[in-house]
Design a protein around this ligand. Structure first.
Ligand SMILES: *Cc1c(COP(=O)(O)O)cnc(C)c1O
Length: 395
């Protein structure tokens, strides 16, 4: 009862199920009634190592005891270590750390504008793709021209249909500084860029002297079966943004730059808690885990298991084919049942997300086990039986 009163004090920004979660371990969550849930959402792909992994807990404990926050205008050990290791692992020249993916993308746009002033005659426009999701701040919302709601569009952006190279080419003009894309449109329903599209976008950038910015907030840090999804496509961006999995469940986002995109000067970017050692220590723990030999191969293997298991389960209902890479898996539905299916799964003790009304998203911990995948399929089957009819009957 007290809980219900307390819940009303939280702003009503999203429809939440009634469960109140108290504890998590690996792929499992427990609510206030002691019920266990298998988590294939993992904080919307943020918890790359699952719930409360020892390596993050220990890193946070050690860091909290030593130094919480010297302030962004000073070096701290965890911060410079994370910058050096992440740059080395990703072949980047410089890194910067912020608190959210939206902030990282806004910083990327500011970096592109600075670069445009220095190297492209003051060009400042950034072109992105429709239905992309780059975050919910004013600037990040304006990128894919998502207007409406309470967010007036910030100017200086253009947007084009995704996976359409001709449209992208046509949108480039003298005022264009950069093209910003998700390698896989996550929130739009796990829609991967085609190989030709992403490689074509890179070629376009080279031909016109533009920056290629990849938003790897959802796809990066091993999620797609490579440290960065750009590797899967054989492209190399000038700027990469990271978030979600980078912190493994704590607020940490990153901005990586290569070559002459490294052009910020003092006073051009900042934030009170940017680069704080507490979050950086979590990032270091995640990076070390993901770089362990065999970790990324295991993500691919578990991704294959998840995909084939899901295909077997849902094929009979007429859904699919599955989309995505590695452990970023989208299941397209033939009817707009995603929210109802996610609710039915929750009733079976399974957390999955519904980014659109026709797509279910599976983003388990990168450390998920084969047994977890089998258990997930066992819990998902009754949800499908309850909600969806075989496609032949609905036609
Ligand atoms: C989640 C997401 C963001 C926004 O990150 P926040 O930390 O929620 O601000 C940006 N880009 C992509 C591709 C995302 O998936």
């Amino acid at each position: 009862m007290r809980d219900i009163q307390a819940r009303l004090r939280l702003m009503n920004t999203v429809e939440r199920p009634e469960q109140v979660f108290l504890r998590g371990q690996g792929s499992w969550l427990w609510d206030s009634g002691g019920r266990a849930y298998l988590d294939f959402n993992q904080g919307g792909a943020a918890n790359s190592l699952g719930h409360s992994p020892n390596v993050i807990v220990e890193a946070l404990q050690r860091q909290a005891e030593n130094l919480l926050n010297p302030g962004p205008n000073f070096y701290n050990r965890s911060l410079i270590k994370l910058a050096a290791r992440l740059c080395q692992a990703t072949g980047s020249d410089q890194a910067y750390f912020l608190n959210s993916g939206a902030e990282a993308n806004e910083a990327a746009v500011q970096l592109a504008r600075k670069w445009g002033r220095l190297h492209r005659g003051g060009a400042s426009r950034v072109i992105s793709a429709r239905q992309s999701s780059h975050g919910l701040t004013f600037g990040a919302l304006s990128l894919p021209a998502q207007t409406g709601g309470n967010a007036p569009a910030v100017s200086g952006f253009g947007s084009v249909p995704f996976n359409d190279l001709v449209a992208l080419q046509a949108a480039v003009d003298d005022d264009t500084a950069a093209i910003l894309l998700e390698p896989v449109q996550g929130d739009a329903g796990i829609i991967p860029a085609s190989l030709e599209y992403l490689q074509g976008a890179e070629r376009l950038c080279r031909e016109h002297g533009l920056l290629l910015i990849l938003d790897e907030v959802q796809t990066g840090m091993g999620r797609c079966g490579a440290l960065l999804a750009e590797e899967l496509y054989g492209v190399r961006a000038d700027i990469v943004t990271l978030g979600k999995g980078l912190g493994g469940g704590v607020p940490l986002a990153g901005l990586l730059a290569r070559g002459n995109a490294c052009c910020f000067e003092p006073g051009e970017l900042g934030g009170t808690l940017h680069g704080n050692p507490l979050m950086a220590s979590a990032g270091l723990a995640v990076l070390q885990a993901v770089l362990e030999p065999g970790f990324i191969e295991r993500v691919r293997e578990l991704g294959d298991h998840l995909r084939s298991g899901l295909a077997g389960l849902v094929g009979q209902h007429g859904h699919g084919p599955l989309r995505g890479h590695g452990l970023l898996v989208g299941l397209p539905l033939h009817a707009p049942d995603a929210a109802a299916l996610a609710r039915a799964a929750l009733a079976e003790g399974l957390l999955i997300s519904a980014p659109t009304d026709r797509c279910l998203r599976f983003t388990p911990a990168l450390t998920v086990s084969h047994a977890n995948v089998e258990e997930m399929l066992r819990r998902l089957a009754p949800a499908f039986a309850k909600v969806t009819q075989p496609s032949s009957e609905t036609r």
